[in-house]
Ligand binder design. Sequence first.
Ligand code: IMP
Ligand code: MG
Length: 182
Amino acid sequence: MNNIPGKILFDRHEIDRRVNELAEEIGHDYTGKDMVVVGILKGAFMFFADLIRRLPNQPAIDFARLASYGSDSTGSGSVEIRKDIEISIEGRDVLIIEDIIDTGITVNAFIEQLKKRRPRSLRVCTLLDKRERREVELPVDYAGFIIDGGFVVGYGLDYDEKYRCLPDIYILDEERLSGGGL
Ligand code: IMP
Ligand code: MG
């Protein structure tokens, strides 16, 4: 097999255009605010870097790493903060930046933790939004693209730690999902 994981869903130019639009909208909304952007590792690293360098606001930046272990029937699942943010968010305007929101369980659990630290505001920006698959109610304030099912990789997103470095976003071929060779 070659190194192309599947069909391109969004190429680098489409991503670039959408990231520009998001940066403009977010930059406008956060004018004059004490903004903190929190990137969720690892998947959001590329989107995060592209987005924040286009913001005029000069936000403080920080990162968190989350791990989720499936979901139970209540949709709460179990989410562990593997790496917490390090700066204080009390009284500040926080924007979480995620690569993809699927069931919503991971980001929802993180939001509940951050709320206890009393930020002035807390919003969510995701590049990709699998809205139809949501299992918990989670308001997404900024979404790059709304997508259906299928597993996507590239532009920071992985399958088994592969494909993160690709500059375009692909729908992973079914045959690769079952670990079909190298
Ligand atoms: P959620 O808790 O179900 O919203 O899961 C979100 C996390 O699952 C994301 O941060 C990704 O790490 C991962 N994920 C969900 N769908 C995909 C996908 O299509 N490609 C890559 N990662 C995904
Ligand atoms: Mg992720």
